[in-house]
Design a protein around this ligand. Sequence first.
Ligand code: SF4
Length: 413
Amino acid sequence: MEKLEILADAAKYDVSCSSSGSKRNNKDKGLGDSKGYGICHAFTEDGRCVSLLKILLTNHCIFDCAYCVSRKSNHVKRAAFTVEEVVDVTINFYRRNYIEGLFLSSGIFDSPDYTMERLVRIAKKLRIDHNFNGYIHLKAIPGASDELMKEAGLYADRLSVNVEMPTEQSLKLLAPEKKHIDVIKPMEYLKKEIIGYREEKSLNKKAPVFAPAGQSTQMVIGATKETDMEILGMADYFYQQMNMKRVYYSGYVPISNDGRLPMIGTPVPIIRENRLYQADWLIRFYGFKVNEIVGFDQPHLDLDIDPKLGWALRNLDQFPVDINTATLEMIKRIPGIGHQNAKKIVAARKFNRLLPEHLQKMGIAYNRAKYFLAVPHPFSIQKDFTSVQIKHQILSLQNSKYKSDFSSQLALF
Ligand code: SF4
């Protein structure tokens, strides 16, 4: 029990877990089904929802990364599970319906291979000996051999190699023993294998699956001085070049008295983290390019407003938009109209010319969208306002409604 406390507590700083995207079905009357249950829930210290039994195999580590609670110079209680203990606790928790899967990370015991071999053995035992079909997310240890990475992908639903620092210089500063290339190489290897196995599967249904939920990574935000432009540029590189399923942004929790890091007591950058997730969402699902969201003239996201509203206010010449004739892509760019509602609008306008009341009935955030829509008088107000006035009006509305909880976690849009 004490081990579980230590190693679950140490794992809470890793936000790079989510069970979305896996389609592993129950078979042969086995245990669990990653598809049917979606995500179970665990919470990081600042309230973000994460899934699964989330533990470290060990918090012993040969490295001394300044931002990490498990670094070797930190005087914390240390513990390590055996392979059998992790397997037993997962099966027991699963049977009691406490969890729906496992997120397993680890400090580095002795060498990357020594640690990775144990992680793989756990996943293999769960799948083979216990016929466990629940979700498994394994942390891939940078520097581990390709053979172990390959085996890991055959048993895990998702693998993640955490880049940790947004740039190579920051990694050098805070984790001088680590090499950026040791993170990039396994990502490239996993990408190649994921694509290869997927192609094989499309030709031969009996071919094995390899990390069906893809790979993800995590970046620590606010420990070093990168701009949001650098962070989003790096994320975009991972999405484009590594076929990354998700990039997670983890606001740095000050845990160390170290001159290279923000002082203990510095607030965790929760709102910034939320804005990065919003920007990330725009890049992945709304067709935005990084340089439309941030640029050399404004390298940081506006913390007051979401990045889509920020873009619209900087590009008022593209508005007002007539939702009865505009493309789906342009409708998605209107603040207050999300992906699904944009699709509903395009479907509905085939039958009727849409008026403001129709939009309101569809449930769009009309109080926000109305500044950007070309609709009949008295609603065509966009042309009467400057971007500063629109921002002020939207913020005053937002503040009156959400003032009490504005400082904690924010909604996506
Ligand atoms: S290698 Fe990983 S566990 Fe070890 S100190 Fe660095 S970040 Fe922490």
